[in-house]
Design a protein around this ligand. Structure first.
Ligand code: CP
Length: 307
């Protein structure tokens, strides 16, 4: 269509399963476009619906995809585990074909099964991983990268400290990939049960003592303690976890004045961080959520344009 607004981003893939599906150039261009959309530039308009297929609970990500879809002129189709034919044995592949037949042109999928999306055959529309078990949550990393850029910080050369339940965290894996791709140094701190030997090098990161890591960090990402993924006693108690590993008001005092604090949400107040941290001027926690809408809109715009 002559004069039609087009996404300036060209992607090689029409399925985003992990951050490694993007190269550094694509990631940078997506962030530039996400910033434009965050600042209110108009998005390209499409027909059809964004389908959100969430087999796990979500507040931020599902609503964010729906809101991003609205910015692109898309309706919403929504499927959850409860109340859907998944309960009658319908597969993810058949569910996606059904949604395609109902008018979906793109789908965001959250599943507890790591790698589920990578194994699916083509379903006739682009797919975005909205979190697959402990493995990846790429659009969270996109949101976090934009939040840092909008705060005016360079990612190249920044020290990102990720703290807490690394073992069960798809956010940690996606953030480690995404921030490293743009030149950040990744450091990890956490209890030995949740940061076992070998995990830091596997994520391209260095394990550091918590207090040293906090003093030296440009960016601190606090992770939620994922009790729903813990099958055995990883921790003596939540109180002890807070004392040993929480970003308490006292530990916040170790951070540089210009350091920034991230948390993907939902937060366990009084466990991995104190409530006061959420509202500290260095906290990007609510900005991350707003950036999620802009980045998901930028991503879906580019994926739909490529079709
Ligand atoms: N950060 C995140 O994925 O939050 P939700 O589980 O609420 O979507």
């Amino acid at each position: 269509m002559p004069g039609r607004l087009k996404s300036p981003v060209r992607l090689r893939q029409d399925r985003l399963v992990t951050m490694r599906d993007l190269d550094a150039g694509e990631l940078d261009r997506l962030l530039v476009r996400g910033r434009e959309l965050f600042e209110g530039q108009p998005a390209e308009q499409f027909e059809g619906a964004v389908a959100t297929v969430f087999y796990e609970n979500s507040t931020r990500t599902r609503n964010s995809f729906q809101e991003a879809g609205r910015r692109l002129g898309l309706d919403t189709l929504q499927v959850g585990r409860e109340g859907s034919s998944i309960q009658k044995g319908e597969t993810l592949e058949d569910t996606l074909h059904t949604l395609r037949a109902l008018g979906a042109v793109i789908a965001a999928v959250r599943t507890p099964e790591p790698g589920a999306l990578a194994e699916l055959p083509d379903v006739g529309m682009p797919l975005v991983n909205a979190g697959d078990g402990w493995r990846q949550h790429p659009t969270q990393a996109l949101a976090d990268l934009l939040a840092v850029r909008i705060a005016g910080r360079e990612i190249q050369g920044a020290r990102l400290l990720i703290v807490g339940d690394i073992l069960h965290s798809r956010v940690a894996r996606s953030a480690a990939d995404g921030f490293a791709m743009l030149g950040a140094e990744i450091r990890l701190a956490g209890p030995p049960t949740l940061l076992p030997p070998g995990l830091a090098p596997a994520l391209g990161a260095r394990q550091v003592p918590l207090e040293d890591g906090l003093r030296e960090a440009d960016l601190v990402m606090v992770l939620r303690l994922q009790q729903e993924r813990m099958e055995r006693g990883y921790l003596p108690s939540l109180g002890e976890y807070r004392r040993e590993w929480g970003l308490t008001v006292e530990r916040l005092g170790l951070l540089r004045a210009d350091a920034l604090v991230l948390h993907p949400g939902p937060q366990n107040r009084g466990v991995e961080l104190d409530a006061e941290v959420i509202y500290d001027p260095r906290s990007l926690i609510h900005r991350q959520i707003a950036c999620g809408v802009a980045m998901r809109a930028a991503l879906m715009e580019a994926m739909l344009d490529a079709r």
